[in-house]
Design a protein around this ligand. Sequence first.
Ligand code: LLP
Length: 389
Amino acid sequence: MFADKDISKFNNIETPFYYYDTDLLQKTLRSCADAAKPYHFHIHYALKANFNSVLLAHIKTIGFGADCVSAGEVRRAVEVGFDHKKIVFAGVGKSDKEINEALDLDIFCFNVESIQELEVLNDLARAKGKTAQVAIRINPNVDAHTHHNITTGLDENKFGINSWDLPECAEMLRICSNLEFIGIHFHIGSQITNLDVYKNLCIRVNEFSAWFEDRGFNVKVLNVGGGLGIDYYNPDHQIPDFEAYFEIFNNFLEVKPNQEVHFELGRALVGQSASLITKALYIKKGKKKNFVVLDAGMTELMRPALYQAYHKIENLSQSKIVNPKSSIVKYDIVGPICESTDCFGKEVEQPETFRGDIFAIRSTGAYGEVMASKYNLRDEIRAVYSTEM
Ligand code: LLP
């Protein structure tokens, strides 16, 4: 991702900024599309991972649909040109205003997360003289073995309808004449690196699909969500193993000839395609600790502060210099925000660092720019694209 020529160009750009490698993005999208094709799997990109319009334009062009969790995301998907018949609206707390907006845009499907939401959606659709297609999000109680803050498919999580509520859900579906049931939806968590977890999900999906079919419902769509992780420890493993991932679903999911399998991938598609480029403002050497204070902080990249997430940090200015005398120093690499959690890494071994050194915080294409905040009234983070350089 970082040839020497890039570094010299970075020197002339005001930091901090997100650097997007759109060639890598293209390769990643193509690899996913090629791996899904033999199985006729449908991919919806989860906009929550990154709703940057430049990225979305690439994702739309490859033919993927859009998985949205707010009216804002639905609007963005439409603006960028996603086919409205490939837009799904998910989320545990859709407001009436948001539902109305999505109904007006005639999106493909609402992934419904509670019995009460079915009633509300039915009423709002009836008021417009429309029929909304719905998939029921089921909480399958499958452990994703990922960070507890990004686990979504366990009984204690707020997402989806629990198995014991399904009989009531089925009754509600029968009386909601402005809803058309089209399938079932699952999402058990994010940054999943142990693919065996998906075998367990498939087994549960098969059970729930049979449950609905046994009660006379036609399950056309099996939406298995997203969650495929990326290698944060080795960002040079740029493209996730989509083939191994899809093969699991091909092997373990029981798909009938009339059924479609849908995926909602976010991180795996965009995660490795960006780095947060930031500059060392100050070096503080202490008796117990050395600090590098960067000009980017938790306001630009929240993941380390929020989930203690690891991102590889590279000093681009020093790492390319072959200097046998250069010493390795342990630094706490921190941001400028007035919070102790504003730290990207503790005791990180780095070449000796100097004011003005340029750093890349790697693997920040997903849940990076989109989770930025204005806290401390920080300037809005900018984006720079490889095609501009
Ligand atoms: N579908 C649903 C219903 C979801 O809730 C999510 C992510 C996805 C799909 C996409 O998951 P992905 O393929 O990107 O793992 N901010 C956290 C991640 C939160 C994920 C939320 N849901 C992070 O920075 O790790």
